[in-house]
Design a protein around this ligand. Sequence first.
Ligand SMILES: *Cc1c(COP(=O)(O)O)cnc(C)c1O
Length: 226
Amino acid sequence: MPDQVDIAAKLAEVRGRITAAAREAGRHPQDVALVAVSKTHPAAAIEAALAVGQSVFGENRVQEAQGKFPALKKAHPDLRLHLIGPLQTNKVTDALELFDVIETLDRPKLARALAKEAAKLGLAPDCYVQVNTGEESQKAGIAPGEADAFIAECRDLGLKVAGLMCIPPVEEAPALHFAFLREIAKRNDLAGLSMGMSGDYETAVQFGATLVRVGTGIFGARPAVT
Ligand SMILES: *Cc1c(COP(=O)(O)O)cnc(C)c1O
């Protein structure tokens, strides 16, 4: 595990590169939020990031996050946690109780469950509709051709749709996918774009990302199976 100094240095580097990419694209660096993806990493690593001002984190599994974040959120009330992995409908209540932002709203059944439970709990988290821009059969996300109707459906259900999220196919140029996601967002009047990971977040910023999700670039490599 990288030590505290290491995490602080890597965070500073990522922030610097986001700032430079934003300036180069004629954007305000403060319009790009960094989501530090802490999946598989222990609470100590998250504490190290918190110590140098990082307050937004991303986790892909509800159960893993439940083991780490309740205590961290108690100690750091400004901590914001994003769910960036697939959400099963039977985990919706747990997810709503822990996560501040749901980035993986990807199907009607989940939208209905989220809307119902959020109303019951009196919560209204920001949601991002995940779009399967590469139309990969093994990947989550609504098909691009169904995105407009799905976004409308989510809004009708009362969900706060803040933007769109995508994970481009590994073997393709991410820029095409980022541009495609931006187009879908634009025609649906959505300001938020969650795109870009350790390998391509500067490109994502160039294409308008408002959230970049960086794990390895901050916390180092994860165990092979995540
Ligand atoms: C793990 C993960 C990331 C971070 O990936 P890195 O390459 O480690 O930066 C970003 N987004 C999602 C959806 C992830 O699952």
